[in-house]
Design a protein around this ligand. Sequence first.
Ligand SMILES: Cc1cc2nc3c(=O)[nH]c(=O)nc-3n(C[C@H](O)[C@H](O)[C@H](O)COP(=O)(O)OP(=O)(O)OC[C@H]3O[C@@H](n4cnc5c(N)ncnc54)[C@H](O)[C@@H]3O)c2cc1C
Length: 392
Amino acid sequence: MEWNSGECSFLLKKNRQMLSFWEKQSFLNYDLVVLGSGIVGLSTAISFKEKKPEKRILILERGIFPYGASIKNAGFACYGSAAEIWHDIGQLGMDRALSVVEMRVKGMQKLRKRLGDEAIGYEENGGGEIFRQEDAFEAGILPELNRLLHPFFGKTVFEKDPEGGRSLGFQSQHISEFIRNRVEGQIDTGKMMQNLLALARQKGIELITGAEAAMPVQTANGWQIPLVNGPMVFHSEKIAVCTNAFAAKLFPDWDIRPGRGQVLITKPIKNLQWKGIFHFDEGYYYFRNVGQRVLFGGGRNLDFEGETTFEPALSPAIQQQLENYLKTLILPENQDFEIEDRWSGIMAFGKEKVPIIKNFGNGLAAGVRMNGMGIAIGTEAGEQLALMLSEI
Ligand SMILES: Cc1cc2nc3c(=O)[nH]c(=O)nc-3n(C[C@H](O)[C@H](O)[C@H](O)COP(=O)(O)OP(=O)(O)OC[C@H]3O[C@@H](n4cnc5c(N)ncnc54)[C@H](O)[C@@H]3O)c2cc1C
């Protein structure tokens, strides 16, 4: 039998794909495809399934398991330090800054209700904010902030500690003010992500890992989503982009830039005197206990340009600064410690410190740019996105 050139090129194309009718029917067609299996992607898929149980949902994740900030963070269930919220009010205006706080509060409530405190390792130990000798602090803002936040928490959030953190073993000679925070909590990030994944699977949501989505293409009846690393092309009526910083790679005109966060964790320290989550330098540095260990991260402001990167690496200068602060501020003088591990993850920032949660009106919606607050905000972001998607 002879083939003409048209049939030949058709066959060559077919050979490259080699997908059966069954594969196409059962594995490539969905009602909703979610890009990214971080806290926002998983929460979006779960909330959408709760609203539309009959719909088929697929999550595509580029990593072998979720490989973004949601599994690399410090696990602060935080609503914002006094300096941070005051700064946000100045930048965003009162209403928008408070609406971000409200999203954090709602997000944490929903996450705790959805999975339960044990499944996310939630502990409400409170914490505080350290002002170093060189930091400016306006004591007058506390009563006003407490008044503004009272409707969300029903109690006084910020209190000045007259001892400057001495009772916790911080090196108080370097501290000009220490503001206690009674409402913040901490989670076990690994447990939270494992249990969120388990819930998604239990609800019948499909997840394909090792599947990096390329630029989606709009068609007459939905979206085609090709993969960077394979011949498969998924088809879906609706699509939710939940790839946080990495959305900038697919949609370069969105106002998103990556920001690397670096972290270290010590080996257990005998007689660690405190529990809780703490910040300083307007939240650029943050530390907490993990049992008897100290997890300490930040320092992006030492090199904004260098840390505006998708590269998951460590920089010696920032790691050294973290160790210096452990020695000179956080742990008692002459306290021995050893570093057990170090890692980094990529956050997403933009001109404004608010997430992008947007319905583009063509079956595509996005929940991205979660800044440094995705743990608290992620579940609420997913809920809002699912609501948009169920209405379009
Ligand atoms: C070191 C560090 C410490 C932090 N500490 C805290 C904290 O204590 N508290 C807090 O609230 N927030 C913290 N954050 C921020 C928080 O982790 C993020 O805001 C949040 O996890 C964002 O969630 P997400 O689901 O939007 O994004 P991500 O978790 O980044 O998820 C995006 C997912 O998309 C996947 N992906 C990317 N591109 C593609 C593609 N093309 N196709 C398929 N999949 C793709 C990625 O692999 C990833 O799994 C921290 C972040 C870092 C890095």
